[in-house]
Design a protein around this ligand. Structure first.
Ligand code: SF4
Ligand code: SF4
Ligand code: SF4
Length: 256
């Protein structure tokens, strides 16, 4: 499994470098433009897909493909500060979500009145009009902001507080079936997984109080904790029934 997760860095760097080429198909900011024009574009379909799979596969979109997340990680690994886990600010997340959709819908209504919307027809290539330089500039601005945030703020602070896709994906990932699971019998409590976690998730709390199930909706399934653990105590598993799993673990303690 460790070998599989060593591909994570490759996947993320490839997507970071490729996004300028297909930015208009992937950058979720363009969902705003899609609503504005009343069109279901490719970018809408991609992100709907990532959100819809979260109850099953968690946030693999955030951990394996998102160029912004990669830019945050590349810069924040060189930042000197080291802080503890900070919960996302729910009110900030909700405010951004409301402002984003309310403003897009308001523009849609205005455009609708002018008769220039498209009744939400599915036109995947719609945003691939002749704005290619515009898209490259937008990519540079986005990546620069992510790098600056990564340098100045806590790890993936932007993902935890500002990103509306992060908010929507976290809502779905709350009950993700695919999660990191720590074998509490093997774990030595060294804390290396917690130190290395890209989201600074408090792994030791979950090991101690949640029978090793890492059920944090901010987990992006990057596998860093799996790579970090020297005793191979962390695995990515499908846990279909969390309560049943915890009861089984409890039962095995009692027998032991
Ligand atoms: S939270 Fe947003 S910026 Fe962060 S990885 Fe997920 S989609 Fe990308
Ligand atoms: S790195 Fe492994 S042994 Fe150390 S605390 Fe994490 S799970 Fe336990
Ligand atoms: S818990 Fe593990 S898989 Fe999840 S974000 Fe942290 S390091 Fe990545």
């Amino acid at each position: 499994m460790k070998r599989l997760f060593s591909l994570n860095a490759v996947s993320r760097i490839v997507f970071l470098l490729l996004t300028p080429v297909f930015f208009q198909y992937f950058a979720f900011g363009f969902i705003w433009h899609s609503i504005y024009w009343g069109v279901v574009t490719f970018v809408v379909l991609v992100w709907m897909g990532f959100i819809l799979i979260t109850p099953l596969f968690g946030r693999i979109g955030c951990g394996w493909f998102c160029f912004m997340g990669t830019a945050y990680d590349l810069s924040s690994r060189h930042a000197s500060r080291a802080t503890k886990w900070n919960k996302p600010k729910t009110w900030v997340r909700l405010l951004i979500l409301i402002l984003f959709f309310a403003s897009a819908i308001a523009f849609y209504v205005v455009n609708s009145g002018k008769g220039i919307t498209h009744n939400f027809a599915v036109i995947p290539s719609f945003l691939a009009l002749d704005f290619s330089m515009h898209y490259k500039i937008a990519w540079m601005v986005d990546v620069s902001l992510a790098v600056i945030f990564g340098l100045l703020l806590d790890r993936r602070w932007g993902c935890r507080n500002l990103c509306l896709m992060g908010t929507l994906c976290a809502a779905g990932a709350h009950h993700s079936r695919l999660i990191p699971v720590v074998d509490v019998e093997k774990c030595t409590g060294c804390g290396k997984c917690e130190q290395d976690c890209l989201l600074r998730i408090p792994m030791l709390d979950y090991i101690k109080n949640n029978k090793g199930l890492i059920t944090n909706s901010e987990c992006i399934l990057c596998g860093k904790c799996i790579e970090s653990c020297k005793v191979n105590a962390v695995k990515l598993k499908f846990v279909w029934n969390r309560k049943k799993y915890k009861n089984q673990i409890q039962g095995s303690y009692q027998k032991g």
